[in-house]
Design a protein around this ligand. Structure first.
Ligand SMILES: [Zn+2]
Length: 265
């Protein structure tokens, strides 16, 4: 009798441990997805913000690295389904500079890398920005997704609710009219937002991206998805480091955190 009782207890304990281990593994093995943030791809910078203009030769090396090392590029709006892909990464651009078409697009085609461009809809066709035809051609190629970076690139924190709604709805409409495809993702101008801007984003979009943040996409941060900026000063080694660091599983991240804490002592 006592033996039977102990056996039942052991069986229960076994399944309990198994369930906990399963839960920890499901949580911990979740892949993190690097989301890169680019602006211009150009040797001669357009503005004083030289850091934002990555040299075409560097961008070529970076895309080559992704293509040759088994990474799968997915569109920004596909982040919630990233677990379906092997080593997923998301390449994004902000602003819609003309050089995205002249320099980045040929490189994306060369390595078959998908990218998402967050376009300011009122700047389409203006000097140094892409035209409607160029946006449509990129979108039709199946390699580029055109998404929203607002209508006029304002500081959303200084906008009223009506202005924010206008920025979100107008850019969505105008860009959808150009590509004939849904616009479901937003990147906040300057990465700046307040609670209202975030709340309103959820009325028009499925995802919204910020500029920095050392964590990864999760449902909880669907309207504040962090990205890793890639700048003119990033050499291939640092691009590789960003990629490896941001592709780590949660379990590995936890392990590194604990290890760093112990080493600190
Ligand atoms: Zn911008």
């Amino acid at each position: 009798m006592r033996f039977l009782y102990r056996k039942r207890l052991l069986t229960l304990l076994f399944f309990f441990v198994l369930t906990i281990a399963g839960l920890v593994l499901t949580w911990g093995m979740r892949t993190n997805v690097p989301v890169y943030m680019y602006h211009g791809i150009k040797d001669i910078p357009l503005s004083n913000d030289e850091a934002l203009f990555v040299r075409p030769a560097s961008f070529d090396e970076q895309m080559k690295f992704l293509a040759e090392n088994g990474y799968t590029s997915i569109f920004a709006e596909d982040l919630p389904y990233a677990h379906k892909y092997k080593n997923p990464v998301v390449v994004t651009f902000d602003d819609g500079y003309l050089d995205n078409y002249t320099y980045a697009f040929p490189i994306l085609k060369k390595y078959n890398v998908k990218a998402t461009i967050f376009v300011v809809s009122s700047l389409v066709g203006k000097p140094n920005y892409m035209t409607r035809e160029q946006l449509r051609e990129m979108s039709d190629s199946g390699l580029v997704s055109i998404q929203s970076h607002s209508a006029t690139h304002p500081y959303l924190e200084n906008c009223t609710k009506e202005q924010i709604d206008e920025e979100y709805s107008r850019s969505k409409q105008e860009l959808e009219a150009i590509t004939g495809r849904s616009v479901t993702a937003l990147s906040y101008p300057y990465g700046k937002r307040n609670a209202l801007a975030v709340q309103e984003a959820s009325r028009y979009y499925k995802l919204a991206f910020i500029t920095f943040g050392d964590y990864s996409y999760s449902k909880k941060c669907a309207y504040e998805v962090p990205r890793a900026g890639v700048f003119r000063s990033n050499d291939l080694k640092s691009f590789e480091n960003i990629t490896r660091h941001r592709s780590r599983t949660r379990l590995k991240n936890l392990f590194m955190l604990v290890r760093d804490q112990i080493l600190k002592k």
